[in-house]
Design a protein around this ligand. Structure first.
Ligand SMILES: Cc1cc2nc3c(=O)[nH]c(=O)nc-3n(C[C@H](O)[C@H](O)[C@H](O)COP(=O)(O)OP(=O)(O)OC[C@H]3O[C@@H](n4cnc5c(N)ncnc54)[C@H](O)[C@@H]3O)c2cc1C
Length: 557
């Protein structure tokens, strides 16, 4: 090979010499921002703060099961286009990521081993605009929630604008939104709050969506398309004219997104977080039925969370802090003891009130009255909770858009803690939620693992986030975790419950459950894929959508 090393794994059906030519072309196109994964010593699990780009650090299969052949970090849109052109020429699959902290869903790893990871965030990390009047920002892939929050702080803008953040601040605003991720202020549905994307298509052409398709009347003469100013309504109205295509670029494999607009929340002029502890596990039904009308009526203004005791316990300690035998799941008596020790309920509801004091007081009156019908429910504001590592103090920040890293602690519930997310959608209905919880809890126990989970409450549904924590050095436990997620997918599909997002290892299985009318949804997506990306170079297999070059039945896991 010319001017490159041999990777540990080649992309499928790509010869060593074609790969070498591709790498040479990319070195030239990107100013040598190319790392070939040629040695096992490059495969380090690392940690959240220092993400790797080679494989999934939370590997539920073999550590190198999903392995990149190389990582390329473009400096700008032209570099991305150069990479895409070379990939088309040499038929090399690419796997674009922004920051690569897609923890629990595969990290930065590609679905097809040998794919080349495109690290969009390393150099393309500018906050291009924060517009106070319109309450929005325009960012590149490498801008993290933490970065933008810091920008607001540094520029004394927090009194005007807040950013919505997920549990952890280190993710990419753009990457998280492309995964249709969730945060916890009133702007918690990130895809709903985005406005305008710029995308390098599989052909290498550059497109802006929504109002971004309408040129700004003052074009910069001689400038490249990506350097042209955006139409001034691009970040204000996301639908634009004609077919609305933005959704096609989420959880998908149709392009590489280079910029995105995002709405910021005007500072509401007052804020109060709270915790309601709910004593018994079976209170879940009543609690969810209380939540539904409040959320629908927007008395619950944000994305509140109804967390199982063990999620909070895991943030506050390791499993070994609560039991001498970490090899088996905790039983109900132990869960009660933990709840008592931590002065929490079996369920704990974290919400917030936004607006001037009279508005907050009125809302709180309604919320408190509704939850008071649960015998033994208790109500707390942050100043009422004095314990170390209080989850309310942590949520107090998150629900006002201040990023933290505290939630990372639950991943260390077990030694060598790793995790998979199982994330089905539930109705905001007590019976449905109770049934879904019962199925997941029973299967977790069967797998010898604890149920650790939360319901995050959207406008009309709940993301039931089950955190499957396992010891990645324990092969038996890894197998059980894999069995667990596969079994839960089938259990849930039988009951009409589907997942909103998933890990690489089960994308095909989940796509197979979305099978209405002879799997027309998958087939339609495959048609689009093959039309837009005839060489099948962008993220083959993402979300179970395979281009024609790959025999889906052979690739399915
Ligand atoms: C303790 C803990 C708590 C968490 N809490 C939350 C939470 O509250 N909400 C939540 O949503 N998630 C949560 N996560 C999951 C995850 O950490 C975040 O969603 C994170 O933001 C995703 O990683 P990222 O932003 O680095 O995205 P990336 O890993 O960069 O991207 C994710 C995926 O999007 C696609 N993509 C990214 N960039 C591009 C691009 N430029 N072009 C084309 N495709 C692209 C790729 O398919 C990529 O694999 C949590 C994880 C942990 C460990």
């Amino acid at each position: 090979m010319v001017a490159s090393q041999e990777p540990l794994v080649l992309p499928p059906n790509v010869s060593k010499s074609a790969f070498g030519d591709f790498i040479s072309a990319c070195r030239e196109a990107t100013g040598d921002n190319v790392t070939v994964i040629s040695s096992a010593s490059q495969i380090e699990d690392g940690d959240y703060m220092k993400p790797n780009y080679t494989h999934d650090p939370h590997h539920v299969l073999k550590q190198d099961f999903f392995l990149a052949s190389a990582v390329i970090a473009p400096r700008n849109v032209a570099d991305v286009q150069g990479i895409v052109r070379a990939a088309n020429k040499h038929k090399v699959p690419l796997w674009p990521i922004s920051i690569g902290r897609n923890s629990g869903y595969g990290g930065a790893a590609p679905r097809v081993s040998g794919s080349v990871v495109i690290n969009m965030g390393k150099h393309m990390n500018k906050i291009l605009e924060v517009n106070v009047e319109g309450a929005y920002c325009l960012v590149e892939p490498g801008v993290t929630f933490h970065d933008l929050h810091q920008y607001l702080v540094d520029n004394n803008l927090r009194d005007k604008l807040w950013l919505d953040v997920p549990d952890l601040g280190g993710g990419s605003i753009l990457g998280n939104t492309l995964e249709r991720g969730v945060g916890y202020t009133p702007y918690g549905d990130h895809f709903m709050m985005h406005s305008g994307m710029e995308i390098v298509l599989p052909s290498g052409e550059l497109m802006r969506t929504g109002m971004g398709a309408l040129p700004h009347p003052q074009q910069k003469e001689g400038a490249r398309p990506e350097d042209q100013p955006w139409n001034e309504t691009s970040q204000l109205f996301n639908y634009g004219f004609g077919p609305y295509v933005d959704g096609l670029f989420t959880q998908s494999n149709l392009g590489i997104t280079t910029k995105m607009g995002m709405w910021l929340m005007p500072n509401p002029g007052g804020y109060q977080s709270y915790l309601i502890t709910i004593p018994r596990e079976e209170d879940l039904k009543q609690a969810v039925d209380i939540i539904r009308p409040l959320r629908l009526g927007m008395i619950l203004q944000n994305v509140p969370t109804l967390r199982h005791i063990l999620l909070d316990a895991a943030v506050m300690g390791h499993k070994s802090d609560y039991t001498s035998d970490i090899s088996k799941p905790l039983d109900d008596a132990e869960l009660d003891a933990i709840a008592e020790k931590l002065n929490l309920g079996r369920w704990n509801f974290y919400g917030a009130l936004y607006g001037p004091e009279p508005i907050r007081n009125a809302m709180w009156g309604v919320v408190k009255q509704a939850f008071s019908s649960i015998p033994g429910a208790k109500f707390y504001f942050p100043e009422d909770r004095k314990e170390k590592d209080s989850v309310l103090h942590m949520r107090h920040k998150t629900m006002q858009g201040i990023p933290t890293f505290d939630e990372l602690r639950w991943v260390s519930w077990l030694p060598n803690g790793s995790h998979l997310f199982f994330s089905p959608i539930a109705k905001v209905n007590g019976e449905d939620a109770t049934a879904q919880f019962a199925v997941t809890k029973a299967r977790c126990r069967e797998a010898g693992l604890d149920f650790i989970g939360t319901f995050t409450i959207g406008m009309r549904e709940m993301h039931h986030i089950v955190c499957i924590v396992f010891d990645r050095k324990n092969e038996v436990q890894k197998k059980k975790a894999h069995w667990l997620i596969k079994t839960l997918i089938d259990d849930c599909a039988k009951r009409g419950w589907g997942e909103y997002r998933t890990h690489l290892a089960v994308m095909d299985q989940i796509m197979d459950t979305y099978s209405f009318n002879d799997s027309i949804f998958r087939k339609f997506n495959e048609q689009i894929k093959n039309a837009v990306d005839p060489n099948g170079i962008i993220a083959p297999g993402k979300s179970g959508v395979w281009p024609k070059q790959y025999n889906r039945d052979e690739w399915k896991l």
